[in-house]
Design a protein around this ligand. Structure first.
Ligand code: ATP
Length: 263
C-alpha cells in the first residue's frame, strides 16, 4: 500500500507509555486527541489517549471487546464528553462543542450497529443524511450510487429489508451525504460474511484513494483493518499501547497472538 499523503513517511512503530506526549504530527494533524480521558460514571473508558490523523490517511484503531474503541469515536462527537485533554480538528479546538457544530466542521460518523431507519427507503435514508446538515443531496446521492451500485438497485426498498452488508453500505453512504472531510467508522465489518467485508473495505479504500477522504476506522477485525490502513493504533483498556504502519503492526508477534489468531 502506498504511503498516505502527509503521513510523514509513516509513523515509527513505537510502544506507548501512559502520559506520553503526542508526536509532532499532532500540530498539523487533521484530527488530534491529546491526553483525552472519558468515563461513564466511575468507569474510566479512556485513560489519557493521544492520537493523530493526517489529511488523506486511513488510520485504524484496533483492540479487544471493551477496550474503549467506540468510546474514543463517540468522545470526538462529545458524548461522552472528554473529562480532560483536548481534541482538535484542522487546528480548531472542538472539545466540548455541541454535536451539530462538530458535524458542520466536517466530521461524519457511521456508528456501530448501522442505525439506519428501517421503515424508510434507501433513498429517504440517504436524504436524511443531507437534510440534517442542510446540504445539496445531489452530489452525495451520485457518490453513494457509484460507490455502491447495490444501493441504486434498491433505492426504493425499505432500509430494514436490506441484507446486513447492504445496510452497512447504506450507513456509510448516509454518513457521506454531509460531504465530510473526516469519516469515523465504528466496526463496519461487524456480523458480515468475509466476502461482504472485503467489498466494504474495498469501497473505503476507493473512497480514500479517489476523493482523498480521511478515515478513522475502529475495528475488531484487526487483520483486514491493518491491511487497509496506512497507520494503526492498539487500544488496551483505555490506553494506546502501540502505534505504527499497518504493515508494521501486522508483523508484531503480540498483535498476531492477541488479535490475529494463527494468521
Ligand atoms: P466493543 O467492541 O465491544 O464495542 P469497545 O472497544 O468499543 O468495545 P467501549 O464500548 O468503548 O469499548 O467500552 C469501553 C468501556 O466502557 C467498557 O468497559 C464498557 O463496559 C464501558 N462502557 C461503554 N459504554 C458504557 C455506558 N453507556 N455506560 C457504562 N459503561 C460503558
Amino acid at each position: 500500500m502506498s504511503a498516505a499523503p502527509g503521513s510523514a513517511g509513516g509513523a515509527v512503530l513505537s510502544p506507548r507509555a501512559e502520559g506520553v506526549t503526542p508526536s509532532s504530527g499532532a500540530r498539523t494533524a487533521m484530527l488530534a486527541m491529546e491526553g483525552v480521558t472519558a468515563a461513564y460514571g466511575a468507569v474510566e473508558a479512556l485513560k489519557g489517549v493521544s492520537i493523530h490523523v493526517e489529511p488523506g490517511e486511513i488510520v485504524t484503531l484496533i483492540g479487544a471487546n471493551g477496550a474503549g474503541k467506540s468510546t474514543l469515536l463517540m468522545t470526538i462527537f462529545g458524548s461522552p464528553r472528554a473529562r480532560s485533554g483536548r481534541i482538535t480538528f484542522e487546528g480548531r479546538d472542538i472539545t466540548g462543542l455541541p454535536m451539530h457544530q462538530i458535524a458542520r466542521a466536517g466530521i461524519a460518523q457511521s456508528p456501530e450497529g448501522r442505525r439506519i431507519f428501517p421503515r424508510m427507503s434507501v433513498r429517504e435514508n440517504l436524504l436524511m443524511g443531507a437534510q440534517a446538515m442542510g446540504v445539496d443531496p445531489a452530489p452525495g446521492l451520485e457518490q453513494a450510487f457509484t460507490l455502491f451500485p447495490r444501493l441504486k438497485e434498491r433505492e426504493a426498498q425499505r432500509g430494514g429489508t436490506l441484507s446486513g452488508g447492504e445496510q452497512q453500505m447504506l450507513a456509510i453512504a448516509r454518513a457521506l451525504m454531509s460531504r465530510p472531510r473526516l469519516l469515523l467508522l465504528d466496526e463496519p465489518s461487524l456480523g458480515l460474511a468475509p466476502l461482504v467485508v472485503r467489498q466494504i473495505f474495498s469501497a473505503i479504500r476507493t473512497l480514500n484513494a479517489e476523493t482523498g477522504l480521511t478515515v478513522l476506522l475502529v475495528e475488531q477485525n484487526a487483520n483486514q483493518a491493518l491491511r487497509l490502513a496506512h497507520r494503526g493504533y492498539v487500544l488496551v483498556t483505555g490506553r494506546i499501547t502501540l502505534e505504527g504502519t499497518g504493515a508494521e503492526l501486522l508483523a508484531r508477534p503480540e498483535i498476531r497472538d492477541a488479535y490475529l489468531g494463527t494468521h
